[in-house]
Design a protein around this ligand. Structure first.
Ligand code: NAP
Length: 281
């Protein structure tokens, strides 16, 4: 199989993950067999980072992912998320065990807190560390944390424990570049950009069209290459159609030049720097 998507370190010197992965939100709504075939095609093409969550379809999406990766678990970097209301010390452990059953997996590669919770973060982190010790997760991370929340997580957990922060990041929404991305970089935390196509609202632009033409690529591939241009960034587009999966995987080898990056930067400005202005879907 042609595994073309390039990989980079994921918050740890020992873990390599493809820069383009596969999101799964709302996959329960489509044709199940086609969706599973699309995920498997993505694995064939090297998009082995699969992002899911207990929230998606009330657990149904984890079951779909479990079916898709059946017999191929060894290829996959499997990520799921605990809902904030479940993120107490014991609730996190129980939620993880439920996710593992639905995913038909013995261990998650990374387990995330879906967004900041009312449960004390120190309890969620203690639960994550228990899950690591018990061999149920390999690493853990956070999602929708702004720069101050990132600092707090690192303060509570110690250096080198937070693997990633998953945040909203697409060409029309680049605010995380000002403070969240630098905070993650400082602490060696991978930054996973979700909704890289603005949840299906992607529109091309003459600059993307022109760069794409010049590179024998598509505008979406250029957009994904831009979003993963930084050494700590990853993107997880969701695609239930095989043609979409194939197009997205094609971005995994596209390296933009500084001049191309400059043109995209000017066409899709990052906006004014403002602290603690973390956008969420
Ligand atoms: P997205 O990836 O920005 O967009 C998904 C939409 O784009 C789908 O309608 C998909 O169509 C379409 N699409 C994908 N590739 C395409 C292509 N090459 N050509 C044309 N259309 C294409 O939106 P998202 O699902 O919101 O975000 C991605 C993932 O991030 C989620 O699935 C989830 O895993 C994660 N996420 C996390 C959070 C969080 O709070 N941590 C929040 C939101 C999302 P088809 O499905 O028909 O192929």
């Amino acid at each position: 199989m042609n595994k073309s998507v390039k990989q980079r370190l994921f918050g740890s010197p020992n873990i390599q993950v493809p820069v383009i992965g596969q999101g799964t939100w709302a996959m329960e709504g489509g044709d199940r067999a086609k969706t599973i075939a699309a995920i498997r095609r993505g694995l064939d093409l090297g998009m082995t980072h699969i992002d899911t969550a207990e929230m998606y379809g009330g657990g149904e999406v984890e079951q779909i992912v479990g079916e898709a990766i059946d017999g191929r678990r060894g290829e996959v970097f499997l990520v799921s998320k605990v809902m904030p209301q479940n993120a107490s010390r014991q609730g996190t452990v129980r939620a993880c065990e439920r996710s593992l059953r639905r995913l038909r997996a013995e261990v998650l590669d990374c387990y995330l807190l879906h967004w900041p919770s009312n449960h004390p973060l120190v309890d969620t982190i203690a639960a994550f560390e228990t899950l690591v010790r018990d061999g149920k997760i390999k690493t853990w991370g956070i999602s929708n944390f702004d720069e101050e929340e990132v600092e707090e997580a690192v303060r509570l957990a110690g250096p080198g424990r937070v693997a990633c922060n998953q945040v909203l990041y697409h060409l029309g929404e680049r605010r995380i570049e000002h403070y969240v991305l630098p905070a993650c970089e400082q602490h060696g935390i991978a930054l996973v950009g979700y909704s890289p196509f603005g949840q299906g609202r992607f529109r091309s632009h003459p600059v993307l069209d022109e760069i794409a033409r010049g590179r024998g690529a598509t505008p979406r591939q250029v957009a994904l290459a831009f979003l993963t241009r930084h050494p700590i960034t990853f993107a997880i587009p969701k695609a239930s159609q095989i043609s979409h999966v194939e197009e997205n995987a094609g971005a995994g080898t596209l390296q933009l030049t500084e001049a191309e990056i400059g043109r995209i930067d000017a066409a899709f400005p990052a906006g004014r720097p403002r602290r603690r202005s973390l956008p969420m879907l």
